[in-house]
Write a protein that binds this ligand. Structure first.
Ligand code: BT5
Length: 324
């Protein structure tokens, strides 16, 4: 752990109390000048301290930035996010995560970015996000899952994300199959899964999640202005991105672990309560056809089963839903 990381930890543990320069120096095993230099460094990063000649230093506020140390502090996960990278600007966190995964990065590694130059949705679509306002991250996983069942992962992470939004902010988050998180009929988060697979086995999977946290209406491009929202727009106040990121990582781990150990059934049941489309009339559009009907349930692969007007139940494995 670097001296900066240790310092941040000591200040967090002191819960807003002053700590003298000499105590910090003793705890860190360095000189008081070194302590001062590192505090100066943290100030450059946006941390704010009160400095008192008699009492020492007190942490007043942490910057609104996705700093790995801040996310890692007190993070209640067993394996997810024990390795965290964060970039000011990057092409796409999913692209980098795929490269790192191919190079052998540990399962549970998380890559965050404050801005993506080429944020991606599914099918070469774009993911828009203004710099430094939202959450954009990717997780490296190596599940023992048949490639055919990878939609189970999308559903699992969508359930975890919707539940986190509900628990933390009491907002009525729902899931539009397969990967959209919707609040009051507008999209506030999306999930993108990339994978490397052989015929029957997955090598690795990258789960990319974009959540509009503090985006404002004016931040959205015109093309999505009427269909997108953010947590802060819905709440009418700014959200603490670090607190949300921590809770989300904890929930994602919890749901993923349940999927792997207990199978898809319980997740699938939780999805029912969060589904925007069950029982409503939908159009499911994929590359080659459009199926119109009423979704009845998920099958064991995470695909959506839709009852058409003729009474036949059709399986939809990908594409987009329009909900009427
Ligand atoms: C998604 O695709 O919803 C997946 C989004 C995944 C984004 C994350 S961010 C971190 C990681 N790195 C990446 O490069 N990507 C992942 P899809 O279902 O195809 O939806 C894409 C569509 O959503 C676009 O065509 C727009 O219509 C709309 N859209 C784009 N940005 C949006 C935003 N910020 N909020 C709401 N809707 C948006």
């Amino acid at each position: 752990m670097s001296i900066n990381e240790k310092l941040v930890r000591i200040f967090h543990q002191s819960e807003g109390k002053y700590i003298s320069g000499s105590e910090l120096a003793r705890k860190l095993g360095v000189s008081r000048t070194t302590v001062w230099n590192h505090i100066h460094d943290l100030v450059q990063q946006g941390y704010q301290f009160d400095a008192s000649t008699n009492l020492g230093y007190r942490l007043v506020s942490v910057p609104d930035r996705i700093l790995p140390d801040e996310i890692a502090y007190d993070l209640g996960t067993k394996w997810l996010g024990h390795e965290i990278f964060s970039y000011e600007e990057i092409e796409s966190t999913n692209d980098l995560a795929m490269k790192l995964a191919a190079d052998g990065a540990k399962e549970g590694t998380v890559i965050f970015a404050e801005h993506q130059r080429r944020g991606r949705g599914r099918l070469h679509r774009k993911w828009y996000s203004p710099a430094k306002k939202d959450l954009l991250f990717s997780i490296i996983l190596r599940p023992d899952l048949h490639p055919r069942k990878v939609t189970q992962l999308t559903i699992t992470f969508a359930v975890a994300t919707a539940q986190t939004v509900r628990e933390m902010y009491k907002l009525p988050a729902l899931i539009k199959w397969p990967n959209d998180i919707i609040i009051n009929e507008k999209k506030c988060a999306g999930i993108l899964i990339d994978m490397s697979a052989e015929l029957d086995t997955l090598n690795h999977v990258v789960v990319g999640i974009g959540v509009n946290v503090n985006s404002r209406r004016a931040d959205f491009p015109k093309s999505i202005g009427s269909s997108a929202t953010s947590l802060s727009i819905e709440l009418g106040q700014k959200c603490d991105r670090i607190a949300f990121a921590k809770k989300l990582l904890e929930q994602l781990e919890n749901h993923y672990d349940r999927l792997i150990t207990e199978g898809f059934e319980t997740i699938s049941r939780e999805w029912v309560d969060l589904s925007l489309s069950l029982g409503r009339r939908v159009e499911a559009t994929s590359e080659n056809e459009t199926i119109v009907g009423i979704p009845v349930r998920l099958d064991d692969d995470g695909a959506l089963l839709i009852r058409t007007d003729t009474g036949i139940v059709r399986k939809v494995s990908g594409g987009d839903l329009t909900v009427h």
